[in-house]
Structure formats: C-alpha cells, structure tokens
Design a protein around this ligand. Sequence first.
Ligand SMILES: Nc1ncnc2c1ncn2[C@@H]1O[C@H](COP(=O)(O)OP(=O)(O)O)[C@@H](O)[C@H]1O
Ligand SMILES: [Mg+2]
Length: 313
Amino acid sequence: MSPDPILTVRGAVHAYGGKPVLRDVDLTLRPGEIYALLGPNGAGKTTLIRTICGRIRPDGGTVLLNGRDPARVPAARAGLGLVPQEIALYPNLTVAENLQTFAALAGTPRKAVAAAVRRALELTRTVDRAHVPIKQLSGGYQRRANIAAAIVHEPSLLILDEPTVGVDIDAREAVDAVIRGLRDLGVAVLMTTHDLEQAGALADRVGFLREGRMVLEGEPKALVAEAFGAQMEILVHLAAEADPAGEARLAGEGLERTPRSLVWSRLDADGYAAAERLDKRLRAAGLAPNEIRVREPSLANLFTLLAERKQAA
Ligand SMILES: Nc1ncnc2c1ncn2[C@@H]1O[C@H](COP(=O)(O)OP(=O)(O)O)[C@@H](O)[C@H]1O
Ligand SMILES: [Mg+2]
C-alpha cells in the first residue's frame, strides 16, 4: 500500500478580482515522489504554489500539508521548503553563513545548527563551496545553495519554482541529481518547469495546468504512450532557413516548426519508412535536410497536442 500523502489539495478554487485562476484543482503528493507541474504562463502554477504554502487562502477547497491547513496553522509550514524562482540568499554571505541564518530563522536549536548545515551542504553537493560568498558562485551553484537553504530544516515537502532557469546544461544535471537524491530520502518534490525534457526525465508524475484547470495528469511515459500509441516523431533538420515557398512545402508535408531553429517535426505511425520517403521528397523539392531523426514522442509533443486541442475547442 502506498504511504499516506504529504500533501492533499482538494477542489482548490481561487479568483483575483473576479477572474478565476484556480478552478477545482486536486493534487496529491506522497513521500518520495517527484511531481512536475506544467502549463503555459498564466496557467495558475505560482498561485497554486502560494496556496499550498499558505500565503493565499483559497476561495474554496482544502489544502492539507501533513494533515494540517498551512493557511490556518502556521506551524504546518515547517514541513515545507520553498525554492523560489529568484535566488533568495544573502549575496555577501558565504553558503555556510546563509544556511546558518536560514536554520536559525526556521527555529533550529542552536546546538543542532552545525549538523543541519553540514547535512544541507552534503545533500546539495555544495560542501566544496561552503566558504564562498554567494555572489561569487556560478548560476548552478547558486541554485543548489538556494535548495540547501530550503531543506536545512528537513521539510517533508520541497517546492521548486522553475529550478533550472538561469542554469546551464551541465549544471542542470547536477540540480537534477540533487532533486533525485532528496526524493530517494523520502522527500516529496513539487516543481514547476518550462523544461519539458527535464520534466520527462525527472518526474514520477506530471500535471498539465491550463487556465486554472488540471487537464491531464499521470506518469510521463504512460501519458505519451496513451496519446501517441505507436506513432514516432520525425525531426527534420534543414541545412538552411526555408523561403516562404519552402515553408509552404514543409507545412504541406505535415511538418511543424519546433522551438529549435531549422528543425521541423511531425508524427507518423510509419516511423523510419515515412522518414525515408519524406527525405526523398524534400530533396526533390530542393529542401535537402542536414539530418533526419526518428524518435519516440515526448512530453513536448503532448504539450503541443494539448495546446492544439485547446485551439480546436
Ligand atoms: N496578485 C495577483 N493579482 C491579480 N492577478 C494575479 C495575481 N497573481 C497572478 N495573477 C493572475 O493570475 C493568473 C495566474 O498567474 P500565475 O499563478 O502566476 O500563473 P503561472 O505561474 O502559471 O504563470 C494570471 O492571469 C496572472 O496574471
Ligand atoms: Mg509562475
């Protein structure tokens, strides 16, 4: 049997000045689970996080953190660590000095502070930077120090708002490894991210929030399999930017632009065979690709599909 949830949100409803922002949102997190909250800007992700942190009392519904409502019982918030999107540390203090300060603010007994700081440094792999001022650290180390500050009081739920913004690719892996390590210790992790690749690789479950509604929720692999079945994604990397006629031709082949420049994609149940036919036709049309890749669809494809469904609705 799965353990009792750390966090239960039921029927959360909230509006700002009459504008609905959360509409009947349910969310449950259990120990040792990483949950990625996805959705376009303005979907309500940060509002949901504020509600969970007890900073907003929702117009309707309930939030229980370890069985208590954080908006009514401030002590319940001790079970929670928040890593805000902006680095919220004292720039002139070292990592260790910051952690000592945060431990004291969280009410850690003085005798326990040194051990708590040591533990947070180890869990975030920042021991080697303990005595470096925050302002001298790279973006990746600053992010990990920010996580360390959020876990120094040993919360059972860690919330991260966009943890990889301002972090380069290599450092991102280190941030992911820290999040996984905490999960393995039984911490429940709730994160928002724009990085669908990160969400797919890291999250045990994802939820898509759209206009304040949770429109889809589940395990990344299962959601992708359910949406796309045996279809594969074909990625066409063009040698050069297409002119308007070329673009029309690409669209006629069912290809859509991706966020990466020169890369177009489509889904096809015929996978590799379809890619080969497509390659021939594009070459004949003077649109020779540099590279064609065939791969399993990802959360990014699912995200696009959800956005298209929305437009069609
Ligand atoms: N303090 C506020 N007052 C009024 N409207 C707000 C406030 N905070 C957020 N909103 C609005 O609520 C909606 C959801 O915002 P937010 O929760 O920040 O979304 P997300 O984090 O998914 O981008 C947006 O339309 C935003 O403009
Ligand atoms: Mg936000």
